[in-house]
Write a new protein. Structure first.
Length: 115
């Protein structure tokens, strides 16, 4: 079963969606982490409730993303809320470069499939 947003899509084991499901899920997770990171960067210090209000993500998902971002060394907890570390600018640049490479690879795959 694939979950897109709040609706569930039932698929067979042979569905082409199976091939791309993990990629789609991981990209959505990366998007959430980056939206939350950017929100912290623009509003620091900021707490879970306020991040949830700004982004529209439920608090439990915000909490998970905060844990991931903290483990990556991109944010730190403070009594006033989350703040970013000195690694953020460099990491964002590295992520942009990685995404550009992924887009190029995806475009190459599309061209390959059109042959």
């Amino acid at each position: 079963m694939i979950i897109e947003g709040r609706k569930k899509i039932v698929k067979s084991d042979k569905s082409p969606l199976e091939i791309t499901y993990r990629l789609d899920r991981d990209v959505e997770l990366l998007k959430r982490h980056l939206v939350i990171l950017k929100t912290i960067l623009e509003n620091e210090p900021i707490g879970i409730i306020r991040i949830s209000e700004i982004t529209g993500y439920p608090q439990h998902k915000v909490r998970y993303s905060l844990r991931v971002l903290e483990q990556a060394g991109l944010i730190e907890p403070t009594p006033q809320g989350a703040i970013t570390t000195g690694k953020v600018e460099e990491t964002i640049s590295e992520i942009k470069n990685a995404l550009i490479k992924m887009v190029e690879t995806c475009n190459d795959l599309i061209k390959f499939l059109e042959k």
